[in-house]
Design a binder for this molecule. Structure first.
Ligand code: NAP
Ligand code: HSE
Length: 429
């Protein structure tokens, strides 16, 4: 074997401690697979004196970025700290210094990925980011290599483990959203700020990365329509079951002529759809390519160990190509002339839950609103009136309609005098 490959690690939290643990405890096996000894040379953290579950030699730790980024012997930087700045700058500095980078940082890759990949190609180094989407599921490598012969038509995914765990616990154990979020945090699935998960930002970053590499265009997180799960109420799970659906935070993109559709929102998913069966912190990505047909990739999308599996897998692949003296993978050319379809122009089915006064003519008035907007009703449920205030709950599902028409119908119904509230609106997948 040749001289060891020195690695600098940024971050020693949920993911970083599992990366370090695997490198330190499984060194010979990893080195045999990589064809070179892998040496963890420095670990950058915020606080070198913090008590940590993993026993890392104190001299490996530093809180000084230059000790890692300016060390010419470090050839590979693994960034598992998270957030935009300063991590984007650290990655850029590493690339400019001729270091290869492996990152689990979806924020940086979604916002700045195309520029960083271009810079890396210029400097003849690699940027790996398998762990940025789907935790331990081999997704990026699948798109980058195995699906390269395809024109990707659509990608539908459950790609946020925290919200999937939360929605699952609300559905099965009747937990409130805050309690379920707390459980997900304790299990290490949630982002440092769980709003990123609950409000759909995390899934949006991941969809931006997937859509960009699937279509080789620049899809920015801000281009993607986003809604979080905070509007989903316990009663919606009861209606979902009655109607034959599960409620999931779905990330969806599909090709249109000259444009792409890209959206993240909670949705009613038919129970026989593969995405409906994804449980807990699992993620699933359903891809359709013109040559391969449909492919389903499923696995643990969050948690330290599955994510470390992707990070260390990238390290081994990178080490092999460094030793062979090749740049391992072709960089992408990202076309920025193709735009994203505005949500109003997307066609979708919908579920409405309304609280209405229980009297003659109310259903007719609601039917009239849907008729005016050209929205066809698919099913209708009315539950018994609440005796204390003489209101009833109505649930309406629709056939596919333009999202703009569905939103106008929602506004018009809210303004009807006997409608107390449009309590819930979910798209049906
Ligand atoms: P985490 O538990 O919060 O750990 C973050 C680590 O980064 C800590 O060790 C922290 O140092 C260090 N750090 C933060 N800011 C720093 C700075 N400015 N300078 C130096 N060190 C800094 O985070 P995590 O859950 O492991 O996530 C890490 C990355 O992996 C994120 O990009 C996340 O999105 C991604 N990811 C996470 C998961 C998951 O399930 N957790 C799954 C896939 C991808 P201290 O320890 O000193 O505070
Ligand atoms: N917070 C993320 C999730 C971690 O819940 O899926 C994986 O990126």
């Amino acid at each position: 074997m040749s001289r060891p490959l020195s690695v600098g690690l940024i971050g020693l939290g949920t993911v970083g401690s599992q990366v370090a643990e695997r490198m330190l405890s499984w060194g010979p096996q990893l080195s045999r697979r990589a064809g070179v000894e892998l040496c963890l040379k420095k670990v950058l953290v915020r606080d070198v004196n913090k008590r940590r579950p993993l026993n890392v030699a104190h001299e490996l730790l530093t809180d000084e970025p230059a000790e890692l980024l300016d060390d010419p012997s470090i050839e590979v930087v693994i960034e598992v700290a998270g957030g935009d700045e300063p991590m984007r700058s650290y990655i850029q500095l590493a690339i400019e210094a001729g270091k290869h980078v492996i990152t689990a940082n979806k924020v940086v890759m979604a916002r700045h990925g195309p520029e960083l990949l271009d810079l890396a190609a210029e400097r003849n180094v690699d940027v790996y980011f398998e762990a940025a989407v789907g935790g331990g599921i081999p997704l990026i490598s699948t798109f980058r290599v195995d699906l390269q012969a395809n024109r990707i038509e659509r990608v539908s995914a459950v790609i946020n483990g925290t919200t999937n765990y939360v929605l699952g616990r609300m559905a099965s154990a009747g937990l409130t959203m805050p309690d379920a979020v707390r459980e997900a945090q304790e299990a290490g699935y949630a982002e440092a700020d769980p709003t990123d998960d609950v409000a759909g930002f995390d899934a949006t970053y991941k969809l931006a990365i997937l859509a960009s590499i699937a279509y080789e265009i620049k899809v920015r997180p801000d281009d993607i329509y986003r809604e979080g799960i905070d509007g989903v109420e316990p009663v919606d799970f009861r209606y979902a079951r009655e109607l034959g659906y599960a409620i999931k935070l779905v990330a969806h993109t599909q090709r249109h002529t000259g444009r792409v559709e890209a959206r993240v929102h909670p949705a009613m998913v038919p129970v026989d759809h593969p995405l409906a069966r994804v449980e807990g912190p699992e993620n699933a990505v359903f891809v359709e390519g013109d040559l391969v047909g449909q492919v389903l990739l499923v696995g643990q999308g969050a948690g330290g160990r599955p994510t470390a599996s992707a990070v260390v897998g990238d390290l081994i692949d990178l080490a092999r190509s460094i030793r062979r003296g090749v740049q391992s993978r072709p960089s992408f050319s990202f076309d920025d002339r193709i735009g994203v379809v505005p949500i109003g122009e997307v066609k979708t089915r919908a579920y409405f839950r309304l609280r209405v006064e229980d009297r003659a003519g109310v259903v007719a008035a609601i039917g009239q609103v849907f008729a005016e907007e050209g929205v066809s009703i698919s099913s209708f449920i009315q539950k018994d009136a609440w005796s204390h205030d003489q209101t009833a709950e109505l649930v309406v599902t629709t056939h596919p309609a333009l999202d703009a028409s569905l939103q106008r119908a929602r506004e018009k119904m809210s303004a009807l005098e006997p409608v107390r509230a449009v309590s819930s609106f979910l798209r049906v997948f």
